[in-house]
Design a binder for this molecule. Structure first.
Ligand code: ZN
Ligand code: ZN
Length: 147
């Protein structure tokens, strides 16, 4: 075991430091408000830490989630991570894939009323609204082929 002058395990310190670096890099990758898959986060983090593996990204994301620094949003395909921590819902454009955070506090009261009818407690609700964003709707109107 390698120790520094104070008898601290240098290997452990190094591991901790690496973890901290990875956490910071992941949080930086998410700071533009994006909702990214672990693969996309991996791509961004590798620009900064080329040696980091996808497995490490997943493990670090689990830690960040456990300590409340990222949230997960899943719609359709893979889970997406984001650094926004407030309770919010999502608008998803089916044409370009844009994901917008929306507060929509009314959702909670609807969910509570429905849950009460079924005698559910510990209620949580997440709303996903899909559609076409203004930009994509405009492109479609102008006859630029969007289904
Ligand atoms: Zn769109
Ligand atoms: Zn979100």
């Amino acid at each position: 075991m390698v120790t520094d002058g104070k008898g601290v395990d240098a290997g452990l310190l190094q591991t901790r430091y690496r973890l901290t670096k990875q956490r910071a890099a992941i949080l930086r990758a998410l700071e533009d408000g994006a909702h990214l898959t672990a693969e996309a986060i991996h791509e961004r983090v590798r620009a900064e830490l080329p040696a980091v593996s996808l497995g490490t990204i997943y493990r670090t994301l689990d830690i960040l989630r456990a300590i409340g620094l990222v949230q997960v949003f899943a719609h359709g395909g893979a889970a997406r991570y984001e650094a926004a921590l407030d309770k919010h819902h999502h608008l998803v454009c089916l044409a370009c894939g844009e994901i917008v955070n929306v507060p929509a506090p009314q959702v909670v009261s609807i969910a509570l009323a429905v849950a009460q009818d079924h005698r559910y407690s510990g209620v949580d609700a997440a709303m996903v609204i899909t559609g076409r964003c203004a930009r994509c709707a405009g492109l479609a109107r102008n006859g630029i082929g969007l289904s």
